[in-house]
Design a protein around this ligand. Structure first.
Ligand SMILES: [Zn+2]
Length: 84
């Protein structure tokens, strides 16, 4: 009985991990990205639109950031995106 429980746990865990991996791949492949400046170091960052409102760490300065809503940057779409 105990073994079955453990095996079930492992199977469930593997399935969750695989699903998460698939979700991540889906995000990268299908979802548009939001570009925004880190409020701490002003580094230009990108995050999938699904991550709006979630907190993360700036890869540049390591401080906590929150992914802003798409609306706050969508105006930039009209402008030249390859400005830099
Ligand atoms: Zn930063």
């Amino acid at each position: 009985m105990g073994f079955a429980d453990i095996n079930n746990c492992i199977k469930t865990l593997n399935r969750i991990l695989l699903q998460k991996y698939d979700d991540m791949k889906g995000d990268i492949a299908m979802d548009p990205f939001i570009a925004f400046d880190c409020p701490h170091c002003q580094k230009l960052l990108r995050a999938g639109t699904k991550l709006v409102g979630t907190k993360g760490k700036c890869p540049n300065c390591g401080k906590e950031i929150t992914v802003p809503e798409e609306d706050s940057v969508s105006n930039n779409d009209a402008k030249e995106s390859e400005d830099n």
